[in-house]
Design a protein around this ligand. Sequence first.
Ligand code: KG4
Ligand code: ZN
Length: 349
Amino acid sequence: MITHVLAIETSCDDTSVAIVGPQGFVRAVVSMNQDKAHAPFGGIVPEIAGRNHTEFLLPLIDRALQEAQVSWDDIQGVAVTNRPGLVGSLIVGLVTAKSIAQARQIPVIGVNHLEGHLLAPFLRDASYAPPEDFDFPYVGLAVSGGHTTLYHVPRWGRYEVLGATLDDAAGEAFDKFAKSIGLGWPGGAKVDQLAKAGDPKKYDFPRSMIHEDHLQMSFSGLKSSAQRKIEGMTSAEIAENRSHLCASFQEAIVDVLVDRLSKAQKLLKLKKAVITGGVSANSRLRECGLQWAQKAGVQLVIPPLRYCTDNAAMIGYAGWLRLQAGEKDSLSLGPSPSSYSSDFIGENR
Ligand code: KG4
Ligand code: ZN
């Protein structure tokens, strides 16, 4: 039995290292956020992300080993995100992981970042455990800055795409909207905060495709509608109505996400569901998701915030499952900006 996997996540702008054991038990997870470095540019600058990963990664590995109170001799495998993501960012984690594997003579496994998000509901630690009866199969909604996709997950390793956004990811829509009302980047969490004091009915923003009989999503109509509304307002009006704008915009996104999750659950007649990814940190999405689940008699698991946003613990658990099953990659494993065609079943990967 593999008891300690060292996991590395550097696919985008968060540098994260974890040590994960059986049943998804997280012995340590340490991360460095780069928001401050990218904020002046209004978005992620890939070259800055890669440079920062290079500076942060080795000190984080030392910290993770210390926090987990383990030594190199305890580490039996290395899991690393090698797809999808920014190639210059993935390379930093990947080369480090392969070097460790070679030096320590232990196996390395490349993990798909989205598989990590979809398995995050199983993570546990000293202060949190998912419900005891939570297990496969489930409907999974992975909603982040780069992805908004619905999956059927009958077991680990099999991820069937049911539908996805046809344009912007929900997190991207949150971030663009936040920028347009002067909240800076990344603004998803700020919109969430301001929305708490706002009226979600003050502005009538569109819920694209909500009554249509499929599982695709679209947020570009909402984005343009909000843009037009904001362009027609003076700066004073925007400042005065900021919380109402945030609440109305957020409500439209949440309505679409919960509607699609509910449609998928009905279609598959599954009694378990998961919302995961950075946007699942959104307090209104959590609230409306849980309300829907209670009404529909569905067990909905939304991982705690530390496992929703990008983190190496989820990569560690996906890697642990694969290493434990005897899988390993060669030392010529490379990075890939997109998922492999074998990672998912169905369209819209
Ligand atoms: O999963 P994640 O950490 O990174 C990606 O893989 O994209 O997700 C980051 C996204 C960003 O767009 C951010 O604005 C959004 O998640 N986000 C939120 C909240 N917290 C993070 N969006 C809405 N409400 C939040 N509370
Ligand atoms: Zn992510």
